[in-house]
Design a binder for this molecule. Sequence first.
Ligand code: AP5
Ligand code: MG
Length: 212
Amino acid sequence: MNLVLLGAPGAGKGTQAEKIIEKWGLPHISTGDILRKAVAEGTELGLEAKKYMDAGELVPDDVVIGLAKERLAQPDTGVGFILDGFPRTVVQAEALDGALADLGKSIDAAVAIVVDPEVIVGRLTSRRTCKECAKITTVAAVGPDGTCPACGGEVYQRDDDNETTVRNRLDVYERSTAPLIDYYRSHGVLREIDGDRPVDEVFADVVAALEA
Ligand code: AP5
Ligand code: MG
């Protein structure tokens, strides 16, 4: 199954990807995670990408298209994949379709998780992520000692999860990424899910949409 997870920042793409991986064991390809790793390692790519990420702007198309193509060419994607946060512009979606066509593949489903922007501001300013196991969690779920509820590791807050940057990320989403809803609808693979419900209810709808 070749999947795209669409949705605004904080819609729950990473959270649902964790559950899809548990159920179907597909490789998770998050361009945001790849870029954050490059930033943490201080590579040339990371130094360049950080300027855009800290401002809540998109990293240029040619850079992320190159990263995604490189990752999609790895052998573990033979069983399928979950793309999370890519594509994010129509240019990226067209490049993805071209790259997949060269490999004799195509997108089976684009799952769009829909959540009200004001709900998202609250979610993202209280998100925490585990440094050890990468679990996505919330400030309310971590212990008073700041440890991950899943593994007890240390959690951190993403640099782009402050309210000013979150609001810019939401504007960028509306301008550049929301048009992909129509793009995938016109390709007949769009599945829209109400993401403003408990995680497991959202996941039940994701499963139903993918098994339909
Ligand atoms: P990226 O890492 O892709 O971030 P994003 O799209 O902004 O999305 P998030 O990871 O913030 O949110 P999410 O939807 O994964 O939500 P999550 O599950 O964590 O991109 C970051 C940056 O990298 C971009 O701004 C850009 O600069 C660059 N970039 C990346 N890809 C790019 C590309 N293709 N092109 C150009 N630039 C690119 O959940 C959020 C919170 O909500 C968590 O605390 C979670 O516990 C909670 N939560 C989740 N689901 C629920 C629920 N159902 N109910 C209540 N709370 C929930
Ligand atoms: Mg994410």
